[in-house]
Design a protein around this ligand. Sequence first.
Ligand code: F6R
Length: 614
Amino acid sequence: MCGIVGYIGFRDAYPILVKGLHRLEYRGYDSAGIALMNEEKNLSVYKTKGRVNDLEEYVLDKDISGTIGIAHTRWATHGEPSNTNAHPHYSQTETLALIHNGIIENYAVLKAELQKKGYTFHSTTDTEVLVQFIEYIKQLHKCDLFSAVQIALGQVVGAYAIAVMEKGNPDQIIAARKSSPLVIGIGDGEYFIGSDASPIIEYTNKVIYLDDEEIAVIKRHEEPQIVTIGNVRKTPQIKELEMSLSELERGGYPHFMLKEIFEQPQSLTNCMSGRINVEGTNVTLSGIIDHKDKFLNARRIVIIACGTSWHAGIIGEYLFEELCRIPVVVEYASEFRYRNPVVYPDDVVIAISQSGETADSLAAIELARKSGAFVYGVCNVVGSSIPRNTDSGSYTHCGHEIGVASTKAFTAQVAVLTMMALTIAKEKKTIDDKKYTDTIKELQNIPGKISQILDLNEEIRQLSYIFTYAQNFIYLGRGYNYPIALEGALKLKEISYIHAEGYPAAEMKHGPIALIDNEMPIVIIATNDTIYEKVVSNIQEIKARNGRVIAIINEGDEVIKSMADHCIEIPATKECLDPLLSVIPLQLLAYHIAVNKNRDVDMPRNLAKSVTVE
Ligand code: F6R
């Protein structure tokens, strides 16, 4: 949430910062701003409501010279999107400029104290309070900027990634983080700062990930100095980025979301590569094998996640219970962290997250670890906070996901959970050899079957025209396809802004059936699984009330074809792998409806990719 980019070096900072903002725009996009210092050491801040393009227009007649700068693209927390609330924020004397990602929880108290001392505020943000507070500390203690940041952050409650510049000091940027990611890219005589690596990868693949409560002093001609808020000096750990630049481009697709939907055959192949042997007879996840006893002796598995990752978690529940016979509960991380849950030391907690930075999931992990549970991360972003704060884990390896609506990360999460369940089941001997190898072999067939479904893209696009102006949608599924109903509904509402509800199909008669009339489209996943007959009955109940049924069926299912208004035929697979296929047409349907409605598919209103605030 919110994108941070910074540069200090020998090149013009402006083009680097603006390009970086474009790359980060998926993190937040309601306003954008930039601070630059020119040769005369003057500090200028330019900012505006709107997208990065609006900022570029705004600065057309401004001085954008300078080889040091910081820039920000915002997702509003405190204060509406506006020119004044946009970052960077100046301090009272306009000698400091600061950008911030996160939330300062005690901002109101700090603001009241500063107001008593005569400070005035232009915005309604917590960020302006922070920069004013740093300046106040600097004046009070007559200290340098680093010490002022260190003292100020010691008194701040909340989450932050910040970068600060000081007028008259063109050789230094101070950056710091707590519960919000910050990466420093190391170039040759130049440094880059990013809230993730996407604005950096074009220039260097050497990075330092700041840890919580670390402050970096980034000076033009020196190695970055890293010191904690508690004044402990740290040796910077330089890591190599795995990301490639092509992952950050649309590659000919009109939207990242469509590109990412179409990448799924390859992203799932990558996810399985090195884990399933060539013969398809064995799957090994080293993160599990290295801690096998934890899983074999687990009293239960607790899965914590948010949004789409939470839907993957429900599929995980079904897989672990079916294949490993371990009881599972799935929790929203945001509820788990605050409801004083019972966590046993012999629980295994699995945290699922694409970004690895979701604030609620991180807090839930902390709680679980304090209770003594073993915590396993299933994450996509390498080096993000969740893998660094868990005992073990597996990366999903599906590549950088930029579209705000998660697609390829979801299928990769489900694939990892499937491989985890198979690995544990084999160790626990809760699966027979035939089922084990059959499932692995079929898992290997999934990328090819997804390619077949992607061939239906045009058919689904045509179907989307019929439903573009629907006001509401219901999505139904049972068993392994119930979480897919939830996910299909989430995809549609996120990017088309059509109200959609996902339900277990059998629950329909306990309430939602009242919504059904001849205007209501009902998407029902009705593949040929063990409860197929029950789903057929559910379709009949809907048709009896004139609902308009769009059924996701297996190829050649004449029974449902004769009942439903529209059918999308997908290849059959093993029941436990069904979600990996049935979700694909729902991703495409949501995408096309949103495009028909002229929505900003990759940057839907009010959303941001990585939810680093509560
Ligand atoms: C939906 C979506 C969100 C995320 C949720 C969790 O398309 O992207 O619902 O799934 O914010 O994010 P991660 O997986 O990064 O923890």
